[in-house]
Design a protein around this ligand. Structure first.
Ligand code: NDP
Ligand code: KPL
Length: 304
């Protein structure tokens, strides 16, 4: 750094998979930040395939938490069931001024993360783009809908959005983040289980019989969301169906790729969250409960 030049924001990305790889590559390509990736296996470079063209970057790579020091931003981009395993990274990277963008599907991340982040502030972030990991050092983004990301319209959310200023990422700032988080959970309640259980990419949602199933999953989940305080619309089921069908047919889902690879599924944070919330509010969820049972059996067999 030259004398007098402003200090570059420091950003550590934990979870260099489909979503983390895209955001790490996008941030590093801006050349405004010091981007570090925290990984289990080192990489030489990171390539992001975007509709705007390829980006190739060489972020700083750390493989051991002991090498890490507090940063301005941590981007937490593991699956939710992997969060506990990154506690040693969080312990080293989080200081009083650190903000943590929780770029994970599901709801309630501030509460889940509170025991792990010490004095740092959690900034929940919704991810709409579809990511696919093609190799440990290569990812692809498939955008869908009007935005790639959404944040709360508060100081933390706005600061996160500023990190990506000048990039192709379109970021929604919302005064009703809780409702957006529920809408994203509704999308995941159909997209992820159906692709994982059928082992088919999102083309499967073009089938009329699958659409009937999706509407029953969503009918229950919308009732749960409303009971939980989300401001969902009277035609919410159809809105989510339209959002689902806005993804390209060749897109997978995060759970589909885990199923293909024989990894544990992020089931408790998604279908599990709908069922657990339904139980709390006394809203029956028989279809989602059946999916939960099937997904847990698949996931347990994979890790067994
Ligand atoms: N994929 C998608 O299209 C979308 C995903 N999401 C959400 O984003 C989040 C991330 O999903 P996605 O990117 O698909 O997941 P991936 O499985 O592609 O990536 C997860 C990454 O976390 C890493 N990781 C896990 N545990 C550790 C650890 N202890 N130390 C270091 N690294 C670790 C994995 O590393 P390793 O390779 O070593 O296992 C992997 O690189 C999830 O909550 C998902 O639901 C949201 C929107 C879309
Ligand atoms: C909405 C969707 C399906 C986009 O990829 C997703 O969030 C996921 O794959 O987990």
């Amino acid at each position: 750094m030259t004398a007098g030049a402003p200090r570059r924001p420091t950003i550590a990305v934990i979870g260099l998979g489909a979503i983390g790889g895209v955001v790490a590559g996008t941030l590093a390509a801006l050349e405004r930040h010091d981007v570090t990736v925290c990984v289990r296996s080192p990489i030489e470079r990171l390539v992001v395939e975007r509709p705007q063209g390829l980006v190739e970057v060489q972020p700083r790579v750390l493989t051991r938490p002991e090498e890490a020091a507090p940063v301005d931003w941590v981007l937490l981009v593991t699956k939710v069931h992997q969060t506990a395993s990154v506690a040693p990274w969080l312990a080293r990277l989080c200081g009083p001024g650190t903000r943590i963008a929780a770029m994970q599907n599901g709801i309630g991340h501030e509460a889940h993360l509170a025991p792990l982040v010490g004095p740092a502030t959690v900034v929940p972030t919704i991810v709409y783009y579809n990511g696919e990991r093609l190799a440990p050092d290569r990812v692809r983004i498939r955008p869908a809908g009007g935005y790639e990301l959404a944040v709360r319209d508060d100081a933390g959310g706005r600061a996160f959005a500023e990190l990506l200023d000048g990039s192709p990422m379109r970021i929604l700032r919302s005064a009703d983040f809780a409702t957006l988080a529920w809408r994203k959970l509704l999308l995941n309640a159909v997209a992820n289980p159906v692709t994982a259980l059928t082992q088919q990419r999102q083309a499967v949602f073009r089938r009329p019989d699958i659409q009937v199933l999706c509407r029953s999953i969503l009918g229950e989940a919308v009732a749960v969301g409303l009971a939980d305080g989300a401001q969902l619309a009277p035609d919410e089921v159809e809105r989510i169906m339209a959002a689902l069908l806005s993804y390209p047919p060749e897109a997978g889902t995060s759970m589909y790729f885990d199923r293909l690879a024989g990894r544990a599924l992020e089931v408790d944070a998604l279908t599990g969250a709908v069922v657990a919330c339904g139980e709390r509010h006394g809203v029956p969820t028989p279809v989602n409960t059946a999916l939960l049972t099937l997904l847990r059996a698949v996931s347990d067999a994979a890790t067994g």
